[in-house]
Design a binder for this molecule. Structure first.
Ligand code: 5AD
Ligand code: SF4
Length: 440
């Protein structure tokens, strides 16, 4: 392998969850500070960062094929950096099997990218998958230009150890970023153009003010209250939450803080208590429904969202049907559903009763039909409503704009607006995944 020269341009490709999107933006800012410029659309970049996801399916194989595709017609490759959760879990293997990869960097140490790139420019192959005690956030440059809907990672990692999940291994133990840092970063996001901030964490509602004295042990609602005081920030969201960390204080915030949008992503994963126990979810269907009742009591219009896994080892037909019934009972505004994927090193991967691919396909189709039907009902109930929409981007058709309602539905409309405007619209027609709207 020849030593790639110091890169002048870069491209960051993020896969998977919103936290990866956030990390990808922060890596880009770091590279900008380094004097490396983003490659123009369609232009070949000198450095490509693959910011990978390990949560499901053949994650590692996908990374290898992405690496293969970076090879140019003349046989050369750009400098390739593999970041994200596959880097953390399979870094050594990637280095061994893919000689064109120049560096591997884990999600907790990407602030060290500049040094790793310097080493790679000298022809070294560098791998850093540390999980250091000090946090990367202090070493990252300040936020600059962001879109109207911005992400802010407030919490990382997970101590819950659901038996199917790699997150506790790839992202490590739960840590909460300090209150003051987060208020500061939120203010800079607003200064840089954000109108909506989504607070991110694998267990975002487990966020705690690590610096607080015993007298103030409030959780995420305290941070949301503080962000609600920032002028020019009309919208706040948070994701992903765990049912067991849904405290009364946070629920009350949905009643008391107008900027907190009426949307809650609260995964339950399955509708059978036996399966939930095998998943080590540490909640039951009933305790999950009790949380939903509480939140609906304070915010009747709340839009609910969830994650579901079909085909967890040992899931019977009857247990799967319980999941379908739960979806029908709750009336979600939207949901994500996945076929169970055995993740190397997780307890569920070694469990008996692995479900066949064909049966998982069948179950997923059935569940997705139930989810789509529920989503359409939810959207249809919104028709006739007037609400604000945050204009996020241009639509497919000339003059068309796309934005999100408070309930996180996509709305499209035409008119004289700009990206970042908050506009009043009337919701006219419900389509499967979006709503046709009209400026009022
Ligand atoms: N197989 C399938 N889905 C998974 N998820 C997490 N791990 C797995 C797995 N091994 C899903 C869960 C989680 C979402 C982010 O991804 O539903 O909430
Ligand atoms: Fe994974 Fe469970 Fe933690 Fe969510 S709560 S990140 S599913 S281990």
């Amino acid at each position: 392998m020849t030593a790639p020269a110091s890169p002048r341009t870069y491209r960051v490709k993020s896969f998977g969850c919103q936290m990866n999107v956030y990390d990808g933006e922060r890596m880009a800012e770091l590279l900008d500070r380094q004097g490396i410029a983003p490659a123009a659309d369609g232009e070949d970049a000198d450095l490509v960062v693959l910011n990978t996801c390990h949560i499901r399916e053949r994650a590692t194989e996908k990374v290898f094929s992405d690496i293969g595709r970076l090879k140019r017609a003349d046989g050369t490759s750009p400098m390739i950096a593999v970041a994200g959760c596959v880097a953390q879990a399979e870094g050594q293997e990637i280095m061994r099997r893919a000689p064109s990869v120049n560096l591997v960097v884990g999600p907790q140490v990407y602030h060290r990218l500049p040094e790793l790139i310097d080493a790679a420019s000298k022809g070294e192959r560098a791998i850093d998958t540390d999980m250091p005690a000090e946090t990367k956030f202090a070493a990252l440059p300040a936020r600059r230009k962001v879109g109207p809907a911005a992400f802010l990672t407030v919490q990382e990692g997970c101590d819950k150890f659901c038996t199917y999940c790699v997150v506790p291994y790839t992202r490590g133990a739960e840590i909460s970023r300090p209150f003051a840092d987060l208020v500061g970063e939120a203010q800079r996001l607003v200064d840089a153009g954000a109108k909506e901030i989504t607070l991110l964490g694998q267990n975002v509602n487990a966020w705690r003010d690590s610096g607080a004295r015993d007298a103030d042990r409030r959780g995420l609602e305290k941070l949301i209250e503080a962000l609600a005081l920032i002028p020019g920030l009309p919208r706040i969201r948070y994701t992903t939450s765990h049912p067991n960390d849904m405290t009364d204080g946070l629920i009350a915030a949905h009643r008391d803080i107008p900027q907190l949008m009426p949307f809650l992503h609260l995964p339950v994963q399955a509708g059978s208590d036996r399966v939930l126990k095998a998943m080590n979810r540490s909640h039951s269907v009933a305790s999950y429904l009790a949380v939903l009742d509480k939140i609906r009591a304070v915010r009747p219009d709340i839009a609910l969202s969830g994650d579901f896994i079909v085909g967890f080892p040992g899931e019977s037909d009857a247990e799967f049907e319980e999941t379908v019934r739960l979806v029908e009972q709750v009336g979600y505004a939207q949901c994500f559903s996945f076929k169970y994927s055995p993740r190397p090193g997780t307890p569920a991967a070694a469990m008996d009763g692995q479900v066949s691919a064909a049966l998982m396909d069948e179950r997923l189709q059935r569940l997705q039909a139930a989810i789509s039907a529920g989503q359409l009902v939810f959207n249809e109930r919104s028709v006739g409503r007037t609400c604000t929409v945050l204009v996020e981007r241009k639509g497919k058709y000339p003059g068309q704009w796309l934005g999100k309602t408070p309930w996180l539905q996509s709305a499209h409309f035409t008119g004289d607006v700009r990206i970042g405007d908050l506009v009043e619209v009337r919701l006219n027609e419900a389509l499967g995944n979006s709503l046709a709207a009209q400026l009022v």
